[in-house]
Design a protein around this ligand. Sequence first.
Ligand SMILES: Cc1cc2nc3c(=O)[nH]c(=O)nc-3n(C[C@H](O)[C@H](O)[C@H](O)COP(=O)(O)OP(=O)(O)OC[C@H]3O[C@@H](n4cnc5c(N)ncnc54)[C@H](O)[C@@H]3O)c2cc1C
Length: 254
Amino acid sequence: MKYDCIIIGAGMAGLTAAIYLQRAGKNALVLESKIHGGQIINTINIENWPGDFGVSGAELMQKIYEQAKKLGAKVEYEEVIKIIDGEEKVVKTEDGEYLADAIIIATGTNPRKMSEKQTADAGNRPISYCATCDGALYKNKPVVVVGSGNTAKHEIKYLEGICSKVYHIHHDDPIPKDAEAVFVAIGRVPATEIVKDLTELDKDGFVVSGEDCKMSCPGVFVAGDCRAKAVRQLVTASSDGAIAADGVLKYLSK
Ligand SMILES: Cc1cc2nc3c(=O)[nH]c(=O)nc-3n(C[C@H](O)[C@H](O)[C@H](O)COP(=O)(O)OP(=O)(O)OC[C@H]3O[C@@H](n4cnc5c(N)ncnc54)[C@H](O)[C@@H]3O)c2cc1C
């Protein structure tokens, strides 16, 4: 079976694109490597999402996922490992391959990892990228947070309510000997490995495109946090999803 469009990533950008495409009568397949919802699902209180004050990321994304499914979008949980561009696009996953006329890349970002030196220093101690998810495992135990931005501050505040001691260190500082787990909050990197041979990336690895979300190969669009742009938030990811879907509709009608 061939899909009108394959969307890679079931975060805000990908699921918004699926909603727009299904409503326009197209059949969209969303491929997701982890769980639907994307990077926001561990956030307890979302800010800057108009109309929903204090909603959690998991709650918001579940509603959007259900909306996309109700409109007929298909969601499969498989990691995309390769894209072969052509008039007919081939998307390969660990389990097989899918065909489509168009593709939307909505792969978002992943947490930045510690340097090799700092990782070696952590030894066998658990490394987490989410205090809300894993903090409770270290109740009354000493932990360390690596990072200096707002996310690190947020993680420290959360862990201080649970752990006996929360050390705060910066990128490349030595890890305190008695910390039992390492929480890393040193920014995020784009998940664009699968498109690096297909299109232009900026120096940090984000996909270069105009506001029309078009990539350099015809029929392939980019949406959300993996796109080179100034503001990475839910509203801009959703907006990109709608614009990319509109681009797909125009491309398919040619
Ligand atoms: C801690 C934190 C708090 C935040 N709080 C707010 C907030 O309060 N308000 C706000 O507006 N924004 C907030 N943001 C930013 C917001 O979460 C993002 O801008 C938005 O979620 C980006 O959505 P996206 O769909 O582009 O990417 P993502 O949410 O990253 O989704 C991408 C999806 O693609 C999948 N994927 C990646 N590679 C592949 C592959 N090869 N194959 C298949 N699937 C793949 C991933 O698993 C992921 O599910 C926050 C971000 C973080 C990290």
